[in-house]
Write a protein that binds this ligand. Structure first.
Ligand SMILES: Cc1ncc(C[n+]2csc(CCOP(=O)(O)OP(=O)(O)O)c2C)c(N)n1
Length: 541
């Protein structure tokens, strides 16, 4: 068996059924074997960064390893921004990079792949020989899983063409995740603080999104008479709970913010309590904080805490409930029918002046309306820019893995690639991408990937005809924002030309028609939402 075939076979032995990427001379044989000999699915992107971002979206939405492949030289350098994003987002990802012949003295496309990878923060592993190729792939898969970052597996083309007899271990199993129990002294101290609080809140983060941890968090909240809240990353975890205060931090709603302001104790489960969650201190100052995380490095990293506990979020929440039972603790009355009613009655449109008119809509009003009109069981992906406040604040998601905002590197233009992978990973659930016109122009070829691979994608382009974030920065400096304005073409005909369906919203009355087009869709849809660049929202208030 040739090495390229052995590698493709080993991928399937690791449970990989989908590979994203772009082919060239140094990876096309692996791709061909994966599809034609081993029954895999290959999703072809028009740019390599799109393939890596799609693998990232796939991993995020499924919890599985994301896999992408590129050819040598410029193909790998095209992935660097995406690799930085995936590294900083702790996504387990395997990138198989073909490389030029080891024996060749000069090749136009040669570059030191280890050095190129190093700056991104991703890991690197080289296929050492034909005989070790399957073992090398296993090492890379294991590293991606346990190190929770991309690993670039470098495969020189001349090794790929050699014969091998893959008898070595196909897998190096990653250790199963374990759930460390809390230290009794740390637990006692925490329970002392919790028991003396009168208005506790249970806050869950990404470290508490598995089913056991989420139900333990709910039991703890019920036992304490506490409302629940989540970090932005864990948005949707408590969907349906009538005392869910929603996102804790920068995106807290006005009504929930009042209750969070009143809280005297926060029990944070698997949440890093970074500056966004803390709303730059405003939401945590003066409160007693119990901080639970399986990783000791996370405890108190961003915020001083009163009771740090190293432990699995679910097991620790259970242990706290048991101790409260032993103490015959009386639940607080913070969680109340009045709180549930105030949250249910809250109407987000009440908290701002709608600015729609003159051929544009207010993005907040538009997003709030779309929240009710889009299918409720959806994934939401955002790009970056001024507009991002609207989807992150006003679009609901059914569970945390259904929300992805690839902003760990602060880059514009990563949303559409990620959305392709999210849609591929969750075929039963439409994926809604919200991006700006600048981000869309940076990545729009990926819309056609969704068309070619029959993915259920709905794109909402928040089109203010400008780099809106920079427009408002110019105004902040008291400067003319003219250079941030861009006369892009209309996006609806572009969507049609790329094989999907485009529709334009210029007026609030157009929203129903856009929703009807979405409802009738047989392929990807793009909604070009015309906005006034001068309207500032969210962070820019
Ligand atoms: C790769 C990259 N290039 C440039 C920037 C600087 N930048 C930040 S926001 C932004 C504007 C994006 O415009 P758009 O997508 O239209 O969204 P808007 O801000 O208008 O809502 C730019 C250019 C960046 N963050 N990343």
């Amino acid at each position: 068996m040739k090495v390229h075939d052995a590698l493709a076979m080993a991928l399937t032995q690791h449970g990989v059924d989908t590979v994203f990427g772009l082919m060239g001379e140094a990876n096309m044989l692996i791709v061909d074997d994966f599809v034609n000999h081993h029954g895999g699915r290959y999703i072809a992107s028009p740019r390599e960064d799109g393939g890596v971002l799609a693998a990232m979206g796939y991993s995020h939405s499924t919890g599985r390893l994301g896999v992408a492949t590129v050819t040598h030289g410029p193909a790998l350098t095209n992935t660097i921004t995406a690799l930085v994003e995936a590294t900083r987002s702790h996504v387990p990802l395997l990138l198989i990079a073909g490389d030029t012949e080891l024996a060749e003295r000069i090749n136009l496309q040669d570059i030191d792949q280890a050095e190129v990878t190093r700056v991104s923060g991703a890991g690197f592993h080289r296929v050492r020989s034909a005989e070790s190729c399957v073992e090398d792939l296993g090492i890379a898969v294991r590293r991606a899983t346990v190190e929770r970052r991309p690993i670039v597996l470098n495969v020189p083309i001349d090794i790929q063409e050699q014969e091998t007899s893959p008898t070595g271990p196909a897998t190096y199993g990653a250790p199963r995740a374990q759930a460390p129990g809390p230290d009794p002294d740390a637990l006692d101290r925490a329970v002392g603080i919790i028991a003396s609080s009168r208005r506790p809140v249970v806050l869950a983060g990404w470290g508490a999104i598995d089913a056991e941890a989420a139900s333990a968090a709910r039991r703890l909240a019920a036992r304490l008479g506490a409302p629940v809240a989540t970090t932005l990353k864990a948005k949707g975890l408590f969907a349906g709970d009538e005392c869910d205060l929603g996102t804790f931090g920068t995106f807290t709603s006005e009504v929930a913010g009042e209750y969070l302001g009143d809280a005297d104790c926060v029990i944070a489960l698997g949440a890093s309590l970074n500056r966004f969650t803390a709303a730059h201190g405003a939401l945590l100052d003066g409160k007693a904080i119990v901080h639970v995380d399986a990783d000791p490095a996370q405890l108190g990293e961003w915020t001083p805490v009163d009771a740090p506990i190293v432990g699995d979020a679910g097991r620790t929440a259970e242990a706290i409930v048991e101790l409260l039972d032993e103490l015959e603790h009386e639940p607080s009355s913070f969680r109340s029918p009045a709180m549930a009613a105030a949250l249910a009655d809250d109407e987000p449109t009440r908290h701002f002046e709608d600015t729609s008119g003159g051929g544009t809509v207010d993005m907040r009003t538009f997003t709030i309306r779309m929240n009710g009109l889009l299918p409720a069981d959806r994934s939401v992906v955002t790009d970056g820019g001024h507009f991002v406040v609207a989807p992150l604040r006003y679009l609901d998601v059914p569970e945390p893995r259904a929300l992805l905002y690839p902003l760990a590197f602060g880059s514009v233009g990563l949303g559409l690639g990620c959305a392709v992978g999210v849609a591929a990973g969750q075929p039963g659930r439409p994926t809604v991408l919200v991006c700006g016109d600048g981000g869309m122009m940076m990545s729009l070829a990926e819309f056609n990937t969704a068309v070619r691979h029959d993915l259920d994608l709905i794109v909402l382009v928040m089109n203010d005809g400008s780099y809106g974030a920079e427009y408002h920065n110019y105004l902040k400096y008291d400067m003319d924002p003219a250079l941030s304005l861009l006369a892009w073409p209309d996006f609806a005909p572009i969507a049609d030309a790329l094989g999907g369906t485009g529709v334009t919203v210029r007026d609030l009355r157009d929203i129903e028609e856009a929703a009807a087009v979405i409802e009738r869709r047989t392929g990807p849809v793009l909604v070009d939402v015309k906005l006034d660049p001068a309207v500032r929202v969210g962070f820019f208030d």
